[in-house]
Ligand binder design. Sequence first.
Ligand SMILES: Cc1ncc(C[n+]2csc(CCOP(=O)(O)OP(=O)(O)O)c2C)c(N)n1
Length: 345
Amino acid sequence: MDDVNGAPTPAGPELNARLEFELNLYYQMKLIRAFEDRVSRLHRQNKILGGVYSGAGQEAIVTGICSALRPGDFVAPLHRDLGVFLMMGVDPGRLMAQLMGKENGLSRGKDSFLHGGDLEHGIFGSTSMLGSSLPIAVGAALKFQIKREKQVAVAFFGEGAASRGDVHEAMNFAGVRRLPVIFVCENNRFAYSTPLEKQMAIEDVAARAEAYGFKGHVVSGNDLLAVVQIAERVIGRTRDGGGPALIECKTYRYRGHSEHDPALYRDKEELLEWQSRDPIPRYEFYLEKRGHDVRHVREQIDERTRQVVQAAVDFAENDAFPEPQEALEDLYAPPAGPANLNGRS
Ligand SMILES: Cc1ncc(C[n+]2csc(CCOP(=O)(O)OP(=O)(O)O)c2C)c(N)n1
């Protein structure tokens, strides 16, 4: 029998490994939700530096897409993708310290979450210009292609950013060169207060892929299983030299654009309707069908995520703020040149 991907249904140890993988995804998605909920609360307590752009409701997208990535791959998250950091293995304590502007944060207290990347984990820190990280991901993919490395680059973007010229240029170049890059659109129906119908005249962002010479896929971004399946298939094909792809994940932003936005422009009924399709209970339903005792699993995982988030908060709160004299450190790479090449400074 074949599963939906056309791959043989696993059995024995392979099945056990798959079940473990699926349970771990549940843990990851719950961790992202719990971490972000806590960050929203900490923001109200004035403990977070800079804006907070919650991805609540969209966790299945980053969880599913990142689950198909490998060490050495390159990811450019959008401002709402704190979950990418957790999925790529960034220490939750350091991530929380980044949000609080502390010494052991990713940029050692020099920036808010928004621009903090972590190249050790392949994560590029966003810039404020929407869509500008797509050409960067394309550049990383070009490097993978030139060096014949079997890695991929992933660029996340919103449907709002999709209206920007950079996005067109990135996709066009990727299509022309058949680069190993996957563009993931998190279509959450709002770009700040601009609703989808005022953003684009067509139904699917994914339809644009054809114009660049590659395939576009539409998937429910609230269905973790569906995102995992498409990610494995599409990212696998790109990794094997199949060229770029565009995956559009249909979803909804639960909170305002940022924590300072009460989103009064939004229809309450619409929010309720989307919350009834929440990715967490939806995936629990799948786990139940897979034979898990979901009540028991949920209890265990809730306790585990609570502990991980609390430990991250404790670490960050106990961490020091950087010293003023460190303000100019780490801002520029040491200049290349004969003096440095000779080991002299
Ligand atoms: C070029 C540019 N225009 C406007 C902004 C202001 N801005 C920041 S986020 C945002 C909305 C982005 O919407 P979308 O790309 O759909 O992502 P979402 O926030 O919905 O996840 C806007 C308008 C910006 N940062 N850059």
